[in-house]
Design a protein around this ligand. Structure first.
Ligand SMILES: [Mg+2]
Length: 432
């Protein structure tokens, strides 16, 4: 019987000379952010998020940006490679910014000793065992699940290669192989720049895009969204006659009243959804907002596992869930999360971010294999990131707003080993 012989993980880093996935500049970094990331060199300082609200708050608006995450100055990812005793390797990814070393330590110290010698095809049983290893110590989400996701995705890639099938077929699909995507992030430092970028996104064939609010005063943000929606729909009407869905991500910054105000106005503007208007812990607040608004309230990039999503869904606290496959527990758990959402008649969308093609491909395979999938997030950074298509032999390219699920064995992607080695912060040897 084929057995798992080696479990490795590699941190990759690259200069972040492109817009982040949300179309927001790294805080405190006007112009081109990010120091050159030289493999082996010390990391640049983590950048805290800015809060322009603090400079010009409106009376009664408690919205200081205190809930925004910090972002790494460089693009950082953690890839997982699992190799069998026959020398076959599968790739996974943990979505772990800005602390990939923590996920790496979990994989090396906790998971690898449990994985060596196991049957690589017993994926569900392996997931259960690895999850159980820290369950009663309270490790049910966060970096523990990110690390587990990286291992799980690597096992699915490996299984596909062992059985010479794409992952979506092993999962029981396809429901679809041409996956509708939204362009995530409308880059630009000014509204005029963002509108010009948004028109280009329409010209690429996308019929949905996502922009961000939450770092400027609420009125200014919503005026900008109104101008953007108006501009892209005029542009699309002149071009193809179609309508463009503009999705709006608030990154969890609002209090209840501001979130409701934003939702009501976005509803009138015809925005596609309001994402993460509240801090993730305010589940009752989400439920109230879902009940009060007609615009779909989307959330879920924070949650992991079927249990956390079930808790949110049974309280009717999300109209669309957005699990991140490289955070929520991988493909194995992602399929269960999709099934739980389907019990509540709720669709799901892939959350993707600054990451490699492993992240994107894992999401595409799961969308192909689940009935209630709606859209895949296509990060704007994916076009230019040195860690995305630049690491592949065959790029994953959108076509008129769609991505085709890769059809080769496993995840269906092949790394350019030299490009991979050039960005690895850890000693890297290709599997030959
Ligand atoms: Mg988001």
């Amino acid at each position: 019987m084929t057995k798992i012989a080696r479990v490795e993980s590699f941190r990759l880093s690259a200069q972040r000379d492109y817009e982040g996935t949300a179309g927001l500049r790294a805080a405190g970094a006007p112009g081109s952010p990010g120091a050159q990331a030289t493999p082996g060199a010390p990391r640049d300082t983590i950048r805290p998020a800015t809060a322009r609200q603090a400079e010009s708050p409106r009376a009664l608006t408690i919205n200081t940006g205190r809930n925004l995450c910090v972002y790494p100055a460089q693009a950082e990812v953690l890839l997982v490679r699992i190799t069998t005793d026959d020398g076959l390797a599968g790739w996974g990814e943990a979505h772990a910014p800005p602390i990939p070393r923590v996920a790496q330590a979990l994989i090396e110290d906790l998971f690898a000793p449990q994985l060596i010698g196991r049957d690589p095809l017993a994926i569900d049983a392996t997931w259960d065992a690895l999850y159980a290893s820290m369950r009663l110590r309270g490790y049910g989400s966060g970096v523990m699940l990110e690390a587990l996701a990286g291992v799980d995705i690597a096992l699915w890639d490996l299984a596909g290669k062992l059985l010479n099938q794409p992952v979506y077929k092993l999962l029981g699909g396809p429901y679809r192989t041409r996956i509708p995507c939204y362009h995530s992030g409308v880059p630009g430092n000014t509204l005029d720049e963002r509108i010009a970028q948004a028109r280009q996104i329409v010209d690429l064939g996308f019929t949905a895009m996502k922009t961000s609010i939450g770092r400027a005063p609420l009125d200014e943000d919503l005026d900008g969204v109104e101008a953007l929606i108006d501009a892209v729909n005029r542009h699309a009407a002149g071009r193809s006659g179609g309508k463009v869905d503009v999705l709006v991500d608030a990154h969890g910054v609002y209090d209840t009243r501001s979130a409701a105000e934003a939702g009501r106005r976005l509803e009138r503007l015809g925005a596609g959804w309001l994402e993460d208007p509240l801090p993730p812990e305010d589940v009752d607040g989400y439920a109230a907002l879902c009940a009060a608004l007609d615009i779909p309230v989307a959330s879920g990039e924070t949650e992991c596992t079927r249990w956390q999503f079930n808790d949110k869904l049974r309280r009717r606290a999300s109209d669309v869930i957005l699990p991140d496959i490289c955070r929520a527990g991988g493909i194995t758990e992602g399929k269960k999360i999709a099934l739980v959402a389907d019990l509540y008649n709720v669709p799901w969308c892939v959350h993707a971010s600054i990451s490699t093609a492993v992240h994107l491909a894992a999401g595409l395979h799961l969308i192909a294999a689940t009935p209630n999938a709606l859209l895949c997030e296509y990060p704007s950074s994916f076009k230019t990131s040195p860690l995305a298509n630049a690491l592949l032999k065959e790029p994953i390219l959108p076509d008129a707003g769609f991505l085709n699920v890769p059809d080769g064995p496993g995840l269906g992607i092949t790394f350019d080993e030299d490009a991979l080695a050039a960005h690895a912060l850890d000693p890297y040897e290709p599997v030959r």
